[in-house]
Design a protein around this ligand. Structure first.
Ligand SMILES: Nc1ncnc2c1ncn2[C@@H]1O[C@H](COP(=O)(O)OP(=O)(O)OP(=O)(O)O)[C@@H](O)[C@H]1O
Ligand SMILES: [Mg+2]
Length: 295
């Protein structure tokens, strides 16, 4: 069964249409990339799926459950895990405690029972800690379990953020620019980790990412947005030679003629340039909203 269905999603901010009647599906056991130039609507799409923004119209289905408008804190317990564009770890807490936050959606006892240390809540906590440690081992960060999150290098912090999302035992994992700010070796490691999530944990991944090398190397399906509209959809090799996609990245047909023979290489460069410019206004808005909801 399809794990995630985006059905005719439209999002308007005042006079601006950030997403315009966009539909696509994420199939089980696949990495599905959502790409497009700056301001295309990728983060908006993520934020609607994960209950941060409200759609003007359209629906989101998780499996066959309609989750349109479901608040973010409820979605974690329903099988939707997400990482954040800027890792939002609790800096004073250990890696293990940060990952344990992801287990809360799965905890029966709740805060008060946990505080009373009833025997069954102690057992439950132990079980959750063991699972959290197992997930950290899967992502190669188990040697960091007791390190305060504030002391972690950026690449490890990103893995902890993903471990926390995996700790909710999702059926689909939303990753927002997992390679942003990583060097080449860390990016390759992140690519392998995402493959492992798909292959060993059998979790579908919806990935927003500007690094075209990473996207084309690991994605099974690619959906391309431009100015809120879906301009192409298909396997990477098909999408990367699609004239509409190259035009979206290059901005004009004359650019396309000049750089056309280089295909992916030319628009990867363009995307990387956009990425190097750093987070634009839209990212700032989305990231702030993320923080507001999760904290
Ligand atoms: N909360 C908001 N209020 C008003 N406009 C918004 C809001 N969030 C996003 N937008 C606008 O919607 C459009 C799509 O933005 P979005 O953040 O989804 O793009 P993106 O594809 O994620 O871009 P980037 O690659 O730069 O992160 C942009 O024009 C942006 O300015
Ligand atoms: Mg964005």
């Amino acid at each position: 069964m399809t794990v995630l269905t985006i059905e005719r999603l439209t999002v308007r901010f005042g006079g601006l249409t950030a997403l315009d009647d966009v539909s696509f599906t994420v199939e089980p056991g696949t990495v599905h990339a959502l790409i497009g130039p700056n301001g295309a609507g990728k983060s908006t799409c993520f934020n609607v799926i994960s209950g941060v923004y409200r759609a003007s119209s359209g629906r989101v289905l998780l499996g066959d459950a309609d989750i349109t408008g479901t608040p973010a804190h409820k979605l974690a317990g329903m099988g939707l895990g997400r990482s954040f564009q800027s890792a939002t770890l609790s800096p004073g807490s250990s890696v293990l405690d940060n990952v344990m936050l992801g287990r809360h959606a799965r905890t029966r006892g709740g805060f008060w029972a946990g505080g009373l240390r009833l025997p069954w809540t102690v057992r439950e906590q132990r079980r959750h800690a063991a699972r959290a440690a197992e997930i950290c081992a899967f992502l190669g960060i188990d040697h960091l379990l007791h390190r305060p999150a504030s002391t972690l290098p950026y690449g490890d912090a990103k893995r902890v953020d993903i471990a926390r999302a995996l700790a909710t035992e999702p059926t689909v994992l939303l990753l927002d620019e997992p390679a942003a700010g990583l060097n080449a070796a860390e990016t390759a490691g992140m690519g392998q980790a995402i493959r492992d999530v798909r292959e060993e944990l059998d979790i579908a991944v919806l990935l927003v990412e500007h690094d075209m090398g990473l996207v084309m190397g690991i994605a099974d399906q690619v959906t391309v947005l431009d100015f809120g509209e879906l301009v192409a959809h298909g396997p990477p090799e098909q999408v990367q030679s699609d004239p509409d996609v190259i035009r979206a990245y290059l901005g004009s047909a004359s650019d396309l003629e000049e750089t056309g023979p280089h295909g992916l290489g030319s628009y990867a460069t363009r995307a990387e340039t956009a990425d190097a410019r750093g987070s634009g206004e839209a990212d700032g808005v989305a990231a702030d909203t993320d923080n507001g909801v999760t904290r």
